[in-house]
Design a protein around this ligand. Structure first.
Ligand code: NDP
Length: 294
């Protein structure tokens, strides 16, 4: 059996098109242009690529995009002052501080300074707490993308056995909450879990969010399972070229799984598309409008 490859690129493009339609509608009907502010501190090359892609895609969806680049040695008080200004700015509905921050800055302090209503990365404790409590919340973009990709295969996740490998605040934990909201039965695994292959073999849905290249092997996976690979690992090939691999041994898994996301072209594509969704939702909520149809 060869698994169906879940086309994250196509699904993300379709989602972006639906966001653009809804943005056009709220602009037309309510004179509201959703705005996203992205704050980049320092010049990490990977972060610069992500920020550029966010800027382009935000504009392509018909939203306003505001970029703020600060030097790596910026004083924390100056960064907090910028966030306070963006919190007050009526043209800004989403604020994203690109992580990781330079070590001299306290990530928690910075994230806590963002108005939870504009916290489109879903990392503010208010949003994380609301999500954990089963209340409506802005949820982190990568886990939102994972759910959409899973639902491209299974219309309902109710009663399915899922395993989430990884428990970070950015991916694993919020993904667990979103799966619970879908009525899946969830196992949460991490670096201290015993017998990961056996735990994984019970799962209909496997989510790998570890950051270890090709850690999840083909023979861990239950035949026919759906595998969502969140990992983005850069490996240096023998030819000196860098290639991206996920946390799942893709070629092995391909022969066992029912459906699988590739890396690249899977989850990564969904993250920015879901950021646009969150910005649109935040803009409508702040303006007191009904939730958009996306
Ligand atoms: P973190 O490093 O914050 O978390 C990794 C998690 O994996 C931890 O919970 C850790 O456990 C667990 N872990 C580490 N080693 C093992 C092991 N041997 N067995 C089982 N669990 C283990 O990473 P992130 O959650 O931020 O990211 C995970 C991956 O997803 C990375 O490759 C990252 O690049 C990628 N990513 C991709 C995104 C996308 O858009 N596609 C967005 C964000 C991340 P413990 O808690 O015990 O330490």
């Amino acid at each position: 059996m060869t698994a169906r490859i879940i086309d994250g690129k196509a699904i993300a493009a379709e989602l972006r098109a639906r966001v653009a339609e809804e943005v056009a509608r709220v602009r037309r009907e309510h004179r509201l242009t959703p705005g996203l502010a992205v704050v980049l501190v320092g010049s990490d090359p990977a972060s610069e690529v992500y920020v550029r892609s966010k800027h382009t895609q935000t504009q392509a969806a018909g939203m306003a995009s505001f970029e703020h680049k600060l030097p790596a040695d910026v004083a924390e008080s100056d960064l907090l002052a910028l966030i306070a200004k963006l919190n007050r700015d009526p043209g800004v509905h989403g604020i994203l501080v690109q992580l990781p921050l330079p070590k001299s800055l306290h990530t928690e302090t910075v994230i806590n300074a963002i108005d939870p209503a504009k916290d489109v990365d879903g990392l503010h404790p208010n949003n994380a707490g609301r999500l954990a409590g089963g209340l409506p919340a802005l949820a982190p973009c990568t886990p939102l993308g994972c759910i959409i990709l899973t639902k491209s295969v299974h219309a309902s996740l109710e009663g399915m056995n899922a395993i989430v490998i990884g428990r970070s605040n950015l991916v694993g934990r919020p993904l667990v909450q979103l799966l619970l909201n879908e009525n899946a039965t969830v196992t949460i695994a991490h670096s201290r879990s015993h017998d990961l292959p056996q735990l994984t073999a019970r799962a209909d849905l496997v989510y790998a969010a570890v950051g270890k290249p090709e850690m999840v092997r083909g023979d861990w996976i239950r035949p026919g399972a759906t595998v969502i690979d969140v990992g983005i690992n850069r490996l240096q090939g023998d030819d000196g070229k860098t290639r991206l691999v996920g946390d799942v041994a893709f070629q092995e898994a391909l022969n066992v799984a029912g459906a699988i996301t590739p890396v690249p072209g899977g989850v990564g594509q969904m993250t920015v598309a879901c950021l646009l969704v969150n910005t649109l939702r935040a803009a409508c909520a702040i303006a007191g409008l009904p939730a958009p149809a996306v």
